[in-house]
Design a protein around this ligand. Structure first.
Ligand SMILES: Cc1cc2nc3c(=O)[nH]c(=O)nc-3n(C[C@H](O)[C@H](O)[C@H](O)COP(=O)(O)OP(=O)(O)OC[C@H]3O[C@@H](n4cnc5c(N)ncnc54)[C@H](O)[C@@H]3O)c2cc1C
Length: 457
């Protein structure tokens, strides 16, 4: 089928306004946060599950690739139309269909922005915990496809922990329902959890049932600066060992602190080598005790400076260093940055950072580390200072992956595999497991039309 014939069929299904094919329109759907560009042949905006199904029937017949797309904030190229074809823009699926306060669930369409759901449920005293840093623009559909994590994962888990059920359109056009509003459900294989994190390669989510929690009554925030990563690492282990589970434990390494200090002039101690931002939430009576406990652990581990926020404004001030780290990295003046999101068992963070620093020196490439110390998920930013350094930087990344695996870690904690990491997936998965995954893909998508060439080498 020619592109012209395909466009004609899609237009008769969706109407003229919901099909784009001009070069300038297509370019708007050709990117994601990887900054790679792959221009699709057609972009469609279905408005109902029947239309999504119809698009797949047409695409199956034409053997044309279909790439689902939320907000395009993915960090691994999942929403890119690598082989052209159709981009399935889910923008019109933007309704919060139900907030069921009796069962503590929300029923949503996939293009709802994550932060919007959080605000809406908060007004009812409820809480949707997954909080990727992109929550002001990423969609719940993208979060489900990537099994996105966030700053609160250490206490509240990640997206998969909140998905109870899904409505999904399969590449054949068939519509299936998985899971239910029930908290317990052991009927058959858990297809809901198979689809969460499948990166838009098995089916398209058109509706989701999400679990909600009661909103924590209060929170307390503390920041601490340490001379080195070891003091910070020991602090994290000790907090967990004492059975305090903060909602958030974020860290910045020495280079990240250098960037933030040059950007914001916070007056951090000259000898600062690591920074922790810790937030506890829950019952105010217990919080007071917990934050004092955290403070005394920081002191015992030779923190150079500790601040406990006195009010909401103060909390925001303490968060500023963490929130500004990405923007502040521009101060390094790099030509490009390779952003990885490896995860190691959290007690191995100091060892991991020591390894990264050694690799950084050996390959002579600057590396900035920050991330979620509470769950071991570290954003490793390898800075490419000039174009000719790029091959060396990729070699450094390979070594970082190798050290990650040696420490029992995984090459991605939250951004997924997509295109960026598909050639590395075998570092974590043995051949038999990889084959099983490919067989699953084949049984969902025998003609390989849904988001092809992603995830697997
Ligand atoms: C500044 C910034 C901060 C970020 N912070 C975090 C973070 O803290 N934690 C984190 O985990 N990620 C983070 N991300 C990555 C990104 O925001 C997440 O992966 C997010 O879930 C992607 O959502 P999206 O709507 O933009 O999806 P897209 O980028 O549009 O798509 C991502 C994947 O989901 C698939 N997809 C989209 N909608 C559907 C659907 N309805 N059905 C099936 N598949 C679908 C696509 O095909 C693609 O494979 C960050 C990104 C940026 C730019």
């Amino acid at each position: 089928m020619t592109v012209h014939q395909l466009k004609k069929k899609l237009t008769s299904l969706l109407g003229q306004d919901n099909v784009l094919a001009s070069r300038e329109d297509l370019l708007c759907y050709a990117y994601d946060a990887t900054k790679r560009v792959h221009v699709p042949e057609i972009v469609v905006f279905p408005g109902s599950v029947q239309e999504v199904s119809g698009i797949f029937r047409i695409a199956s017949q034409a053997r044309t690739p279909v790439v689902p797309r939320g907000a395009g904030s993915g960090m691994t190229g999942g929403a890119l139309a690598l082989q052209g074809g159709i981009v399935l823009a889910m923008n019109r699926f933007d309704q919060i269909l139900e907030i069921d306060e009796d069962n503590l669930v929300a029923v949503v369409q996939p293009a709802v922005i994550t932060g919007r759901l959080q605000r809406v449920v908060q007004e009812k005293g409820l809480f949707y915990p997954p909080d990727p840093a992109s929550l002001d623009f990423s969609t719940l559909g993208g979060n489900i496809a990537e099994n996105s994590g966030g700053l609160r994962a250490v206490k509240y888990g990640v997206t998969k922990d909140y998905v109870l059920g899904l409505e999904v359109v399969l590449p054949s056009g068939e519509v299936i329902q998985t899971g239910s509003k029930c908290v317990k459900d052991v009927v058959g294989y858990n297809l809901t959890q198979l689809l969460v994190g499948s990166e838009g390669t098995l089916g398209v989510v058109t509706r989701a049932i999400l679990k909600l929690l009661p909103l924590p009554e209060a929170k307390q925030t503390l920041s601490a600066v340490f001379p080195d990563i070891h003091g910070a690492g020991r602090t994290v282990s000790e907090i967990i060992r004492r059975k305090v589970i903060p909602a958030t434990i974020e860290f910045l390494d020495k280079n990240a602190l250098w960037c933030v200090e040059h950007y914001l002039q916070l007056g951090l101690p000259e000898s600062a080598g690591a920074f922790l931002l810790i937030e506890v939430d829950g019952d105010p009576a217990i919080l007071e005790k917990e934050i004092r406990q955290v403070q005394s652990i920081c002191e015992a581990n030779q923190a150079l400076k500790i601040e406990v926020a006195q009010d909401e404004k103060d909390q925001e001030r303490l968060w500023k260093a963490r929130r500004s780290v990405s923007a502040s990295m521009a101060h390094y003046g790099a030509f490009k940055k390779i952003n990885e999101d490896v995860v190691v068992p959290r007690a191995s963070i100091p060892e991991f950072i020591k390894n990264v620093q050694e690799i950084s020196r050996r390959f002579d490439v600057p590396v900035i580390n920050f991330g979620h110390a509470g769950d071991g998920n570290i954003h490793v930013n390898v800075l490419v200072m000039k174009p000719e350094d790029e091959p060396r930087c990729h070699e450094a990344v390979e070594e970082i992956f190798a050290r990650t695996v040696e420490l029992g870690g995984r090459i991605s904690g939250e951004h997924g595999i997509g295109v960026s990491k598909r050639d590395y997936i075998a570092k974590n998965l043995e051949p038999g497991v990889l084959e099983l995954m490919k067989a699953i893909k084949k049984s969902f998508d025998p003609h390989n039309i849904l988001n092809p060439n992603k995830m697997f080498p």
